[in-house]
Write a protein that binds this ligand. Structure first.
Ligand SMILES: [Zn+2]
Length: 407
């Protein structure tokens, strides 16, 4: 049993409870939270790790959507338009993937940890990122991705996908959890979607899919036209989309832990369906900005919970969740910065834990002890401003605790 105290404990629980001068008793689970005075009285013989002035302790951040296999990109890919970006990815993919070796991915994971991320939802296209994820102390929900829209290839692609998933399942542990990603409605044949989702249901695996990221995707899926038409004709000899958005969504019934990424072009009916499916939306605001896609209109989500993802370095300049949270705060300029900051801290902790099916994301009794600590530059006068000041001022962690261990 260990005890840690901080000036501020931000619980990210249902009531947004913040404790001034609080302490947390924990082993691999959180055992008790209270004021430091009460904890000292109750446990007079246990040494308490007391953090410095203006310290904050909160749940570790959860990056719900990242592609580590594209971690070597900095200045290569074309931004500003989805199709130009996609073409540049196809052109440079092999180079970028080769450069993102295990060492580079491990370095990126280590930096993610130092910047406050304790859990990731990693979308893996080839499993080249599997070993670094398994070795990292960061918890990984490892989404083996299925992709391929050509009918005559589905058996081969499904076999390859199952191989990768089985390899991931062999390495399953409490901090490496296999899951299933479906690339998108435009790139995955309905047969593959159905078969992979049957696997997810049978084995109770979390599922995630990109959905309506760009206007080009919208025109293609709804009307079989726009710049996707040339792309599909040239690369795959296809002139029609393999599915309509609603047909695609209808396939996802009875998946317990389900999320859709982007959804910036989703219609109100799509959003209603996403809500009925009990799914969350992974919001990747920097990626959307960089590719000049639309900004997700959060007011349209109503009761759909959203989470925060950096997406990969193929469409971001940072995998730090605090960098991403600052971007979300700045890009949604219509939101009140003080209130929105509280919503964002929960999006990056408890909402993400729910989406991934994890008992994490809150400083609350019986939740996993994944916690981060850092120090604000000065006193916070008004407790209501705390979440905002945290997002504005935090870059690196003082301590990172995962599963009750200092890592
Ligand atoms: Zn993505």
């Amino acid at each position: 049993m260990k005890i840690i105290s901080a000036n501020w404990i931000v619980t990210c629980d249902e009531n947004n409870r913040i404790i001034k001068n609080g302490a947390v008793v924990f082993d691999d689970k959180i055992l008790e939270i209270d004021t430091l005075v009460n904890i000292e009285k109750k446990y007079p013989n246990i040494e308490i790790l007391k953090l410095e002035e203006n310290s904050v302790l909160m749940p570790g951040l959860i990056n719900s959507h990242v592609h580590l296999e594209f971690s070597s990109n900095t200045t290569t890919l074309k931004y500003g338009n989805f199709m130009s970006w996609l073409n540049s990815v196809i052109k440079s993919r092999d180079d970028l993937i080769n450069k993102a070796d295990k060492k580079l991915i491990s370095t990126k994971l280590d930096r993610m940890k130092k910047t406050g991320t304790t859990t990731i939802g990693a979308i893996s296209s080839y499993s080249f990122d599997m070993e670094p994820c398994v070795k990292s102390p960061i918890n990984t929900v490892f989404f083996c991705e299925v992709i391929g829209s050509k009918g005559d290839m589905v058996d081969t692609l499904f076999a390859d996908f199952k191989d990768r998933l089985n390899n991931a399942k062999r390495l399953k542990s409490k901090n490496f959890i296999p899951a299933i990603a479906i690339h998108s409605p435009y790139s995955v044949h309905p047969f593959l979607v159905r078969e992979t989702l049957n696997l997810a249901r049978a084995e109770n695996l979390a599922v995630s899919s990109h959905f309506l990221e760009s206007p080009e995707e919208f025109s293609w899926l709804h009307k079989d036209e726009g710049s996707f038409l040339d792309f599909f004709k040239n690369f795959l000899g296809q002139e029609k989309a393999v599915t309509k958005p609603m047909e695609f969504l209808n396939l996802f019934s009875n998946i317990k832990n389900l999320s859709f990424t982007h959804c910036v072009e989703a219609s109100d009916v799509d959003l209603e369906k996403i809500k009925d499916l009990g799914a969350s939306i992974n919001h990747c605001v920097t990626s959307n900005r960089i590719l000049n896609n639309s900004k997700l209109d959060l007011s349209r989500l109503k009761d759909i919970p959203f989470t925060i993802g950096t997406d990969g370095l193929s469409s971001n300049n940072s995998l730090s969740m605090f960098d991403e949270l600052r971007n979300v705060l700045m890009i949604h300029s219509d939101k009140n910065i003080v209130d929105f900051s509280n919503i964002l801290l929960k999006a990056a902790t408890s909402n993400a834990a729910n989406a991934l099916g994890l008992n994490k994301g809150k400083i609350k009794k019986d939740f996993d002890s994944d916690m981060i600590t850092f120090t604000l530059p000065d006193e916070v006068e008004d407790m209501d401003d705390l979440a905002m000041q945290i997002i504005l001022h935090t870059k690196f962690m003082d301590k990172v605790i995962i599963g009750g261990e200092f890592v």
